[in-house]
Design a protein around this ligand. Structure first.
Ligand code: DQA
Length: 151
């Protein structure tokens, strides 16, 4: 079994399902986790799925993914727009990083149009709701296989 794909979620995503469902959908974070685990299993990867409202904890987990992960899927939530600390942590990674957003921040308020995470990500998936996490895992798994076909 290859190393797991880390799926990290930032602040307020614990409220998925009840938080602005017209923007973020009605699925809960547990529903999203189950989607990720099913897609990961179909592709031969374990999924390490976590959420935190705390920037430093996300930095710690990115550093963990650097050593223990095959790839990282990150929905940084609002920290994507503000966090140089997440950017600096991501810049230390040699593994693929897929930034993922449920909504399409580029089509929303002006302050959402900049992402520090995008500056360090391999690619970005946004605007496809919970299904975007599955697309992000597919992209991440494809990049891992391409880098090391035996993984
Ligand atoms: C989000 C988009 C961010 O702008 C916002 O702060 C979030 C969620 C998304 O998944 O669409 O909390 O990352």
């Amino acid at each position: 079994m290859p190393k797991p794909i880390y799926v990290l979620n930032g602040p307020n995503l614990n409220l998925l399902g009840s938080r602005e469902p017209h923007i973020y959908g009605s699925e809960t974070l547990d529903d999203v986790r189950r989607r990720c685990e099913a897609r990961g299993a179909a592709l031969g990867f374990d999924i390490d799925f976590r959420q935190s409202n705390h920037e430093g904890e996300l930095v710690d987990w990115i550093q963990q993914a650097r050593v223990e992960g095959a790839a990282l899927v990150l929905n940084p939530a609002a920290y994507g727009h503000t966090s140089v600390a997440l950017y600096d942590a991501l810049k230390t990674l040699a593994i693929p990083v897929v930034e993922c957003h449920l909504s399409n921040p580029a089509a929303r308020e002006e302050f959402r149009r900049h992402s520090y995470v995008s500056l360090a990500a391999t690619g970005v998936i946004a605007g496809f709701g919970a299904a975007g996490y599955e697309l992000a895992i597919e992209a991440a798994a494809g990049l891992v296989r391409k880098a090391s076909p035996a993984a």
